[in-house]
Design a protein around this ligand. Structure first.
Ligand SMILES: C[C@@H](N)C(=O)N[C@H](C)C(=O)O
Ligand SMILES: [Zn+2]
Length: 254
């Protein structure tokens, strides 16, 4: 008798789908810049993260429409929002958790957490085991002055510089100077850290004010992390992969 062979764990047929309330941000607002970090090796782990099958921003429709409102106002003033992460499947969070247990792998420490012990990243609140991102209404983002300057990709193995250094010494980013880079796990990234003054503080507050007007709430430990409230799914942690296919069957109505 033929032996049944289990399907590979990533077989798309077995992947959960997104509910109708999820959209691709690009379908709601194609002007918001997207530099999705987790499908690439330029992140705190140094490898593409499980579950990100495409470099696209998925969000609940409510959150995407709110971002669109904020973006309209920023565009009038010569800025654009740029997202780094949006909906995050639970399997991606599980990848973070597994990585955190391997204290031997600190290949990206020099850029993303030079002053923090890897073993405390979850305890210190920089990464969550159950993340608001998995509920679909949370987004990591910054502001870019228009016209947007070109950026370059990270090359694995290149020398790393601390995310809290002076802007010119950090990995190049066309973001306004927020005082640290994205995913800088350091107290200097706390939104209202008193050491952040002048233009850097003004830039953080520009982002915060614009997003709060649109209904977002900032996470005090990370200047880039915002949740739209009320959340469409306040208690549900989704696990469908980040891909166009996860939206299959949706009517495209923006
Ligand atoms: C990992 C970082 N980008 C982030 O989103 N941190 C918060 C705490 C989270 O994991 O939800
Ligand atoms: Zn975040």
């Amino acid at each position: 008798a033929p032996t049944a062979r289990p399907a590979p764990p990533s077989a798309p047929a077995h992947d959960p789908k997104a509910p109708e309330e999820f959209v691709a941000l690009r379908d709601v607002d194609p002007t918001v810049l997207q530099e999705m970090r987790y499908p690439t090796p330029h992140n705190f782990m140094g490898v593409p993260v499980t579950g990100y099958r495409a470099p696209m921003c998925l969000l609940t429709r409510d959150a995407a429409r709110a971002l669109h409102r904020a973006q309209r106002s920023f565009l009038r003033r010569g800025y654009s929002l740029k997202v780094y992460d949006c909906y995050r499947p639970q399997r991606a969070v599980n990848h973070f958790v597994a990585w955190a247990k391997d204290l031997g792998d600190q290949r990206m420490k020099g850029e993303f957490y030079p002053r923090v012990d890897k073993s405390t990243l979850f305890r210190d609140g920089y990464i969550a085991e159950k993340s608001g991102h998995s509920r679909g209404s949370t987004v990591d983002l910054t502001l870019v002055r228009l016209p947007a300057a070109p950026t370059r990709p990270y090359v694995p193995g290149e020398p790393l510089t601390p995310c809290y250094g002076p802007r010119a010494a950090r990995f190049p980013d066309n973001s306004l100077d927020m005082g640290t880079g994205f995913d800088c796990f350091d107290t200097l990234a706390h939104t209202l850290d008193p050491r952040i003054t002048g233009v850097q503080r003004a830039n953080r507050l520009l982002l915060k004010d614009g997003l709060e007007r649109a209904g977002f709430v900032n996470y005090a430990a990370e200047w880039w992390h915002y949740t739209f409230t009320p959340e469409t799914f306040p208690d549900t942690y989704f696990d469908f992969p980040v891909s166009r296919r996860s939206l299959t069957g949706h009517r495209p109505r923006g």
